[in-house]
Design a protein around this ligand. Structure first.
Ligand code: FES
Length: 107
């Protein structure tokens, strides 16, 4: 099972095993990370599940599609080249040691 490192804005890191096939937003909410709001429940309609994927690891996921890219225009914190909507990301075999950074704010 891949180990994913979740990094909060204060630098605190929580390392957790996440099952392959698990939606990243759902995992964060189930675990209780309050940094992920996910108002729309994963429909790519709210942009409150924003995360930053480590810049060296972005290729472990499919590229940003047009719908995700449009929603990323509405994130509360700065959109960066490594910004993703966590509801659009599914953990896969390449995610071991993935670093996921939470943004300052979702709203
Ligand atoms: S949960 Fe709403 S866009 Fe991801």
């Amino acid at each position: 099972m891949p180990t994913v490192h979740f990094i909060q804005t204060n630098g605190q890191t929580t390392s957790l095993e996440v099952a392959v096939g698990k939606n990243l937003m759902s995992f964060c909410r189930d675990y209780g990370f309050t940094e992920i709001v996910a108002e729309c429940g994963g429909s790519a309609l709210c942009a409150t599940c924003h995360v930053y994927i480590d810049e060296t690891q972005g290729t472990v996921f499919s590229p940003v599609n047009e719908v995700e890219s449009q929603m990323l225009e509405f994130v509360a914190s700065e959109r960066k080249s490594n910004s993703r909507l966590s509801c659009q990301l599914v953990i896969n075999d390449h995610c071991d040691n993935l670093k996921v950074y939470f943004p300052d704010s979702q709203i």
